[in-house]
Design a protein around this ligand. Structure first.
Ligand SMILES: [Zn+2]
Length: 425
C-alpha cells in the first residue's frame, strides 16, 4: 500500500468522528468505550448469569420452551466468549497489517471486517484490464475512510474532503451482523447437492410461506434489530453444518461487498454537489419548494439507480474472480435490503401507519428510494439468474412483525421522529 493510500484529509476524519459521536449518544452508547466493544464481549458473563436465573424460573414455572430457548442462548454465549480472545487477536493482526486510517469511535472488529471486504473488492477489480472504468474505482477505494455508526437506516452517509481528493463512508454498524444472520437463514432455504448450492426457487417459496419455517428466524432477526438495536441475539443454529457455514460466509462477503460498492460508486461516479457534499444528507431537507423537492427526488433516484447498477457490476466482477455463479448477485442484495424493508414496515405499522404506505413514507422521509424500490430495480424476475432472489425477496416481504411502540430501540429514534412529523404534517 502506498503512502497515498492512507492520505485521508484529517479534517474529514474529524467530521466523521463528530458524526459518529452524535449518533452513538442518540442510540444510547458511551462513545468513549464504544471502539473497544465486540460481539463476543456483548454476550458474556453478566448476561449469562442473568440468563441462568431466568432459565431456572422458566423451568420452575413450567415454561419449558422458554427455558430451552434460554439454554441455547447460554450455550451460544459461552461459545462466543470462548472465541473472544482469538477474535481480538485476529482483529489486532488484521488492522496492524493495514495502515488504513481509522476513526477513534470506530469499533475495531467492524473496522477489521471492512478492511477485509475492501481488499476483496480491490483484488477483484485489480484483475480487470487496464482502462476498464470499473478498475479505476481502485483509486477511490484507496482514498476512502470507512466507518460504521448506528445510523438506524439502510443507506449510508458519504462525504468528500474539501479538495475532493479523499472520501469518507459511514455505514450502519449492524450491516455486518445482519449479513451473517441472513447468511445462516439462506443456508436453510438453499438446497445442497454434493456441497454445492442449489437455488431452487419453488423450495424457497414454499419454505418462506410456512409460519413455522425459516421465517421464524427472520422474525427474530427483525425483532431483535428493532427491540435490542441489534440482531446479535437472534441466535443462529447451535451446530451449523459445514455447508451452512460456507453459505453464511459467502453471503456475508457478497452482501457487504454490495453495500460498500454502492457507496464507493457514489464517490467514483462523482455524485457530489458543488460544495463537495453529497446531495442526500442525514439532516432532513426543510425545503418547501415542491418543484425543487421533485427535482431533488428525481436526481436522487437516478443517482441511486446508477450507484446500484455499478455496485451490481462490482459484485459480478467479484463472482467472476472467485468463480462464483453470477446468480448470487441477487441474493446478496436481498439479504440486507429485505431486513431493512421488514424493519421499516414493522416500525411504521407499530407506530400506527398504514403498512401499505410504508414504502412511500420511507422514501419520503429519507429522500431516498426505499429498500423494496431498490430490490424491484435490481432484480429482474424474468431473468433466469434472478428468479431465486425474486421469490426470496417476495417471500420475505409477505411478513411484518408486531412490536410494542414503547419497546422500539433508541437506534430508531430518528425514524420515529420523522414518522411523527409526517403524521402531523
Ligand atoms: Zn446511495
Amino acid at each position: 500500500m502506498t503512502s497515498d493510500a492512507t492520505a485521508i484529509d484529517p479534517a474529514l476524519i474529524a467530521e466523521v468522528e463528530s458524526f459518529q459521536h452524535r449518533l452513538l449518544i442518540r442510540a444510547g452508547f458511551d462513545p468513549e468505550t464504544f471502539a473497544q466493544r465486540s460481539d463476543a464481549d456483548e454476550v458474556t458473563l453478566p448476561i449469562r448469569i442473568a440468563s441462568r436465573g431466568l432459565r431456572l424460573i422458566f423451568r420452575i414455572t413450567g415454561h419449558r420452551d422458554r427455558a430451552e430457548e434460554i439454554g441455547s442462548f447460554i450455550e451460544y454465549a459461552r461459545e462466543r466468549s470462548r472465541e473472544a480472545p482469538l477474535l481480538r487477536k485476529l482483529t489486532a493482526e488484521r488492522t496492524a497489517r493495514d495502515p488504513a486510517p481509522v476513526s477513534r469511535y470506530q469499533r475495531r472488529d467492524d473496522h477489521s471486517f471492512l478492511l477485509e471486504i475492501r481488499s476483496l473488492i480491490r483484488a477483484a477489480l485489480d484483475k480487470l484490464p487496464a482502462g476498464d472504468p470499473l478498475r479505476d474505482m481502485i483509486q477511490t477505494i484507496d482514498r476512502t475512510l470507512l466507518a460504521t455508526a448506528p445510523l438506524g437506516r439502510c443507506d449510508a452517509w458519504i462525504r468528500a474532503s474539501a479538495d475532493r481528493r479523499s472520501f469518507a463512508i459511514t455505514i450502519d454498524d449492524e450491516i455486518v451482523r445482519l449479513a451473517s444472520q441472513m447468511g445462516f437463514l439462506f443456508a436453510e432455504i438453499i438446497g445442497e447437492h454434493r456441497n454445492t448450492m442449489i437455488l431452487d426457487s419453488h423450495r424457497a417459496e414454499e419454505l418462506l410461506t410456512k409460519a413455522d419455517g425459516p421465517i421464524t428466524q427472520f422474525g427474530k432477526i427483525v425483532r431483535g434489530f428493532i427491540i435490542d438495536g441489534s440482531s446479535l441475539m437472534a441466535i443462529p443454529p447451535a451446530r451449523p453444518s459445514r455447508f451452512s457455514r460456507d453459505v453464511m460466509a459467502t453471503f456475508v462477503q457478497l452482501a457487504a461487498i454490495f453495500i460498500l460498492a454502492h457507496e464507493y460508486s457514489h464517490a467514483h461516479l462523482g455524485h457530489f454537489d458543488d460544495h463537495g457534499q453529497f446531495l442526500r444528507m442525514m439532516e432532513e431537507c426543510e425545503d418547501d419548494d415542491e418543484e425543487a423537492a421533485r427535482y431533488q427526488k428525481a436526481r436522487t433516484d437516478s443517482i441511486e439507480a446508477e450507484a446500484d447498477a455499478n455496485a451490481r457490476a462490482v459484485v459480478l466482477c467479484v463472482c467472476r474472480f472467485w468463480n462464483y455463479d453470477p446468480s448470487l448477485m441477487g441474493p446478496a442484495a436481498v439479504s440486507i435490503l429485505s431486513v431493512y424493508d421488514a424493519v421499516y414496515r414493522s416500525i411504521a405499522a407499530s407506530a400506527g401507519f398504514d403498512e401499505s404506505r410504508a414504502d412511500a413514507i420511507v422514501s419520503r422521509l429519507f429522500d431516498h428510494p426505499s429498500p423494496s424500490e431498490r430490490l424491484r430495480r435490481l432484480i429482474n424476475p424474468s431473468a433466469p439468474s434472478d428468479v431465486w432472489a425474486h421469490y426470496v425477496a417476495k417471500g420475505l416481504a409477505q411478513h411484518r412483525f408486531e412490536v410494542r411502540p414503547d419497546r422500539i430501540h433508541r437506534r430508531w429514534s430518528g425514524l420515529l421522529t420523522a414518522l411523527s412529523r409526517v403524521a402531523t404534517s
